[in-house]
Design a protein around this ligand. Structure first.
Ligand code: SAM
Length: 270
């Protein structure tokens, strides 16, 4: 299987657990939206969000009154997004792949994507971003990896996942791997190099916000169950892995302490 085919089998797995996704995922650090908006300097222009999911990153922008177009291909995710943004008439939801989305005459002051950049067509994604932006428009790519505080627990979780076939484990990092590093240090494919090579963007910047979070066992199981690395497992393997992890966390005080970083890559269309 080519890496593009691999991406395509994984990118639509979230809708099957849209409610668990919404209940389990913790979203992004509180200052994220204000930081992005200060950089974007929107004036009266609006923003487009790519891969909005259930709205974990959407709501903080919507609550600040930003006119938003959210592009989300999975109708089940879009339904939860609709509910989560129901109080914000400034949000418009368009169901479809970003690659097929037609900006028409619309050019935006900001394009943002939270935990969604990896799911876009690698050959075309910078062209698509560029086509969606007005001159001087900003792009913000947002990521939220976790590191685990307890080294023994991290190793035990990674081991359970590996025994049940998990690849690209969500238990790769210790909290100190993330809290000590630069934004994007956890990802060899941090978008900066690709964006620099593209040449149509300027004012490249990477920003990090960190926070400690505690998940109770049930919430952590929902979180894991919403990750593509777990969604692609055969149902029986996934159930066994989650069951073992549940028992491990219960025996470990009923939850897990993690350090989450919200890493943001910012760039501006020339
Ligand atoms: C990991 S989820 C992130 C959702 C949300 N942004 C968040 O931060 O929770 C990835 C989202 O990207 C969407 N997605 C996958 N392929 C896409 C594409 N080609 N264009 C736009 N969105 C896509 C998925 O349906 C999913 O909702």
């Amino acid at each position: 299987m080519t890496s593009e085919e691999h991406r395509d089998t994984r990118r639509m797995v979230f809708g099957g657990v849209a409610e668990a996704y919404d209940a389990g995922r913790s979203g992004y650090a509180e200052p994220m939206a204000a930081e992005v908006l200060a950089y974007a300097d929107l004036g009266d222009r609006g923003a487009v969000e790519v891969g909005a999911g259930t709205g974990k990153a959407t709501v903080p922008f919507a609550a600040r009154g930003v006119p938003l177009v959210c592009v989300e291909p999975d109708a089940r995710m879009a339904e939860v997004l609709r509910r989560n943004t129901a109080g914000h008439p400034n949000v418009r939801i368009e169901v479809g792949d970003f690659e097929q989305w037609q900006p028409g005459g619309r050019r935006h002051g900001l394009l943002f994507a939270a935990s969604a950049w990896n799911w876009l067509d690698r050959e075309r994604r910078w062209d698509l971003v560029h086509a969606a932006l007005a001159p001087g428009g900003a792009t913000a790519l947002i990521f939220g990896p976790h590191g685990i505080h307890d080294a023994g627990l991290r190793a035990a979780l990674a081991d359970i996942g590996a025994r049940h076939g998990v690849k690209s484990s969500p238990h790769r990092f210790l909290a100190r791997d993330l809290s000590g590093g630069e934004p994007g240090s956890w990802d060899q494919r941090w978008p900066e190099a690709e964006c620099r090579r593209d040449g149509r963007f300027t004012e490249l910047r990477s920003v990090r916000f960190g926070r400690d979070l505690r998940y109770g066992t049930e919430r952590y199981l929902r979180h894991l169950n919403s990750l593509s690395a777990y969604r692609v497992l055969p149902a029986e393997s996934r159930a066994r892995a989650l069951d073992e992890i549940g028992r491990l966390l219960d025996a470990h005080g009923g939850g897990i302490d993690v350090h989450q970083v919200t890493d943001i890559f910012l760039a501006r269309a020339r």
